[in-house]
Structure formats: structure tokens, C-alpha cells
Design a protein around this ligand. Structure first.
Ligand SMILES: [Mg+2]
Length: 406
């Protein structure tokens, strides 16, 4: 027997502790990607649950889709290293981060992300659980992973298990799948323009738009519809059946995220081979467990900045993996890329086309992040993520505002 021994004289390197947590708001695109100027495809008569009111039908900004703005969370370690992250949440999320969540980080080691997440979640559970509070928790969690990567001099994807493939491949979300095809993407997802309140006439217009796009992209290119919670089960079923002959690959977020029963019914109703997807407005392992246990969909689409951050996404993803389901995060830029490259059940990623046309590839969270990678020919090499943390810095030219302190 060879003699096996550990070297008891080795001392583990201790990481710098967390000194301070700060929260800022930013206006104008970036992580709050709905906060765009006039004439942008993302605010052009897109079907929503508010489309039943004619006065809110043309523009999502008219009912306040961009009221929150971006939340920037900054976590400074005692040695001066700063981790940061951006998500949606704006001023009210700043209040939650500064006045409530910061206490669970300051003076502690960034290694304790499990305990920190647990304390952030359970201390806010009486007013949190989903939505804004989980956005705020996600922002803190992502900033913590960014700090940890910077302190360890490792990209986040290394800390998540390393790349399982050499590159990411993307589908594009925007109004021009035909241009996305030319740009090398594997598919194109369009916003649905007409909801149930626009009747049979609207349904026919939706189908005509799909038929025209199918004509332009040919038979094999993936085409999908994002319905942004706008429909009911009956309308979504009729739409899916009518769309089948034009090869619709999936119908996304067709109904309210609260209607798990409706999703289960829709999934039984759609033509065989068409996928039902949802989850961008779902949060935490418990929310996604409902979607998975109730057989609501074929692909779950957590937004990394809204579902609870990376720490929670690891749990959500493991649940989905055991159920044989794919996890394809909604948007999320670098926070998605560092995760997707590490998981077999995340075989491709979404790229939000934030160019107003959208006729060219621009960074998803422009102008907020410097060093934000973009797909080239619809792909991104794992090596493009090789920088500490999430590999991006906050653009110093973007004006920030810190509404609260502690
Ligand atoms: Mg969507």
C-alpha cells in the first residue's frame, strides 16, 4: 500500500471580506431593455395582457413597462476589489438592497453565497417570493459571483463546472428573423402583435405575419412566437393549431405566469412537435418546480437576473435536468452565457436584438457594460468569456444615481 498523506502544513488562502454594498439606478436601456427611445421594434404594438384596453395597445411604455429602470449592485471587498451586476428593479430595488439585504453581506466572506442567498430569501419572504424582491436578490447574488470570480481570478463559468462545449449558439429575438438568419443565428423569435381583444381579424394578421416570415426564411429556419402573457388557453390553442403548417417551433409565455393549470392544458392542446415554453416571469426553485411537476412546458426560460441569480438557477437547472427538460434562459446577457456554456440541458442561448431595426447585432445590455461579448455568425467561443467574474465592467460614461444609503 502506498502511503497516502495530506499536507497538513498547507494553509488555505482566505478571501477578502465584504466591506460595503451599494445600489444605483440607471435610465435608458441596458438591463431594463424595455427602456428604449421611440420607434424601437420592442415597443411597436406588441400583444400584452394590457392589450384588452385599446388605450394601452400600441405601446408597452404607455402602461409603464419601463418605470423601474436598471438596478446596479456594487459589492466592495476589504481589499478594494469590486464585483457588480445589473438587472431590472430601479429605485425600489435600491431601497431593498441598501436597507434590507446589505446586512447579510457586510463583514462576511463572499464564499458564503449559499448562506447569504438563504438569509436574503427568508428574511424577505413575508413581502417577497417573486417579482421585484427576487430581482433585487438576483442582482446581489450576481454581483457576489462577479466579486468571487474577481477575487479568485476566475471566470464564473469555471466556478460553475467549466464549459461542456467549445461555443455557444444563439437564436435571435426581434422583429426580423430573416435578417437574423443572414447574421448566422439558428432561429428567430418574434413578438406576437395581436391579442384576443383584436378578435379573428387580429388572429388572421398574426398568422399572415408568420406565413410571410416563413416565406422569407425558407422551410428549415426556426421560427418562434413570444406572446408575453397576452393570451388565454383557447386563443393560444387556436393560434398554435393555425401556426403549425408554417412550422412554428415554439409558442412562448402564451398565458399568465400564474395559470399553471392553463399551461398544462395548452401543452396537451398544441400540435405534436410544437414546444410550449415559459418561465421568464417565474422565480426560484419553488416556482419552477410548479412548472415542471405540472408538465406546463418543454423548455423553461428563467431570466438569470429575475429568477434568484446564479445560486438559485443552479437548483432550478438541476430540477429541470432530472425531468429531462431544457433550460434556455431569457435574455440575461453575460449572466446567461456563463451559465449556458456549463450545462448539457442548455444547448443554446437567446440573444435579444436590441438594435431598433433590428438589423444588426449590438450588445444586449448596451450601453451599460464594457466588454460585453456578442455573437459572431450566431456563435460565441467559450474563450470569449475568459476574464475574471462575468468579464465585464460598468461603463463609466453611463450616469448612475444612488437614491438610498445605509
Ligand atoms: Mg419572452
Amino acid at each position: 500500500m502506498p502511503h497516502i498523506r495530506g499536507d497538513a502544513s498547507v494553509t488555505l488562502k482566505s478571501l477578502s471580506k465584504i466591506k460595503h454594498v451599494r445600489a444605483f439606478t440607471v435610465r435608458g436601456g441596458g438591463a431594463d431593455y424595455h427602456d428604449q427611445g421611440e420607434g424601437h421594434w420592442i415597443d411597436n404594438h406588441i400583444a400584452t395582457p394590457m392589450s384588452r384596453y385599446p388605450e394601452y395597445r400600441q405601446s408597452r411604455q404607455s402602461f409603464g413597462i419601463n418605470v423601474l429602470g436598471t438596478l446596479v449592485v456594487e459589492i466592495e471587498a476589504e481589499d478594494g476589489t469590486i464585483g457588480f451586476a445589473v438587472t431590472t428593479g430601479g429605485e425600489p430595488a435600491c431601497y431593498i438592497v441598501e436597507k434590507h439585504l446589505a446586512r447579510f453581506l457586510e463583514g462576511r466572506s463572499p464564499l458564503e453565497y449559499e448562506k447569504i442567498w438563504d438569509q436574503m430569501y427568508f428574511s424577505t419572504q413575508y413581502y417577497g417570493r417573486k417579482g421585484l424582491v427576487i430581482n433585487a436578490i438576483s442582482g446581489v447574488d450576481l454581483a457576489l459571483w462577479d466579486l468571487l470570480g474577481k477575487l479568485r481570478q476566475e471566470p464564473v463559468y469555471h466556478m460553475l463546472g467549466g464549459a461542456v462545449r467549445d461555443e455557444l449558439q444563439f437564436y435571435a429575438t426581434g422583429a426580423r428573423p430573416d435578417i437574423a438568419k443572414e447574421l448566422g443565428f439558428i432561429g428567430g423569435k418574434m413578438a406576437l402583435h395581436h391579442g384576443p381583444a383584436e378578435g379573428v381579424e387580429g388572429l388572421k394578421k398574426n398568422i399572415a405575419e408568420l406565413a410571410e416570415m416563413r416565406e422569407r426564411v425558407g422551410p428549415d429556419f426556426w421560427l418562434m412566437w413570444d406572446c408575453w402573457m397576452a393570451l388565454d388557453v383557447d386563443y393560444a390553442t387556436r393560434l398554435a393549431i393555425a401556426a403549425h403548417e408554417y412550422g412554428l417551433k415554439w409558442i412562448e409565455e402564451a398565458i399568465s405566469p400564474d395559470d399553471y393549470w392553463g399551461y398544462a392544458e395548452l401543452r396537451r392542446n398544441v400540435p405534436r412537435g410544437m414546444l410550449v415554453t415559459t418561465g421568464e416571469h417565474e422565480a426560484t426553485r419553488w416556482g419552477f418546480r410548479m412548472l415542471l411537476d405540472m408538465e406546463c412546458c418543454d423548455i423553461i426560460q428563467p431570466d438569470v437576473g429575475w429568477c434568484g441569480g446564479i445560486t438559485e438557477l443552479l437548483k432550478i437547472s438541476a430540477l429541470a435536468d432530472a425531468k429531462g427538460k431544457m433550460v434556455v434562459p431569457h435574455g440575461s446577457s453575460v449572466y446567461s452565457y456563463h451559465f449556458v456554456i456549463t450545462r448539457h440541458n442548455s444547448p443554446f442561448a437567446e440573444f435579444l436584438m436590441m438594435h431598433p431595426g433590428p438589423t444588426e447585432v449590438v450588445p444586449m445590455f448596451a450601453p451599460q457594460l464594457l466588454g460585453e461579448p456578442v455573437p459572431v455568425n450566431g456563435r460565441l467561443k467559450a474563450s470569449a468569456l475568459d476574464a475574471p467574474g462575468f468579464g465585464v465592467t460598468f461603463n463609466p460614461d453611463v450616469a448612475t444615481h444612488r437614491p438610498y444609503t445605509h
